[in-house]
Design a binder for this molecule. Sequence first.
Ligand code: ADP
Length: 184
Amino acid sequence: MKTIQIGRTSVSVLSGDITAWSGDVIVNAANSGLLGGAGVDGAIHTVGGPEIMEQCKDIRKLQGGCPPGHAVMTCAGLLKAKHIIHTVGPIWEGGGGGEELTLAECYRSSLQLANEAGARSIAFPNISTGIYGYPKASACDIALKALTGYLKEDKPDNRLEKIDLICFDAENAELYIQRLDQYA
Ligand code: ADP
């Protein structure tokens, strides 16, 4: 584990499975249909149970899903969190389709929604770096820049005390640990 502090918020890199994390908000790397999938999305629905999917379906009925870069919130079912924030990362298509902006927006919109819900702690997976194929080193820099940039704005409505970046694979863990200090 490695940690930096920005104002009131600590940002830590951890290795592990996000479904074992406990705190206020777990972020899911969902797809725009909100109907579940493989990877971390599958793990969250499997461990969290059917109540999360029921709420995803209600959101689908209301707004037809969730566009890339946006975020929506449900309960956390059986997980040890209060809420799940489902955000939809970009599918990597070579970088010319605005993927960088969309990925940064995932982190910002999730932080914004977490703050609107009064959260003090939040855990993120490495969005888009699995099935969506985003190059891991670039995705790491975008995530760290977006998160620390948000915190450095020192918004009066930011109540987050802890942001945990949960790296499931060794390559992401190594990248995040190497790069975290550059964003302090
Ligand atoms: P995407 O479609 O956004 O690429 P994936 O779930 O395929 O989403 O992958 C996103 C990241 O989540 C990958 O780095 C993958 O290693 C990681 N991941 C997969 N399962 C878990 C898990 N249980 N906890 C945390 N991270 C996970």
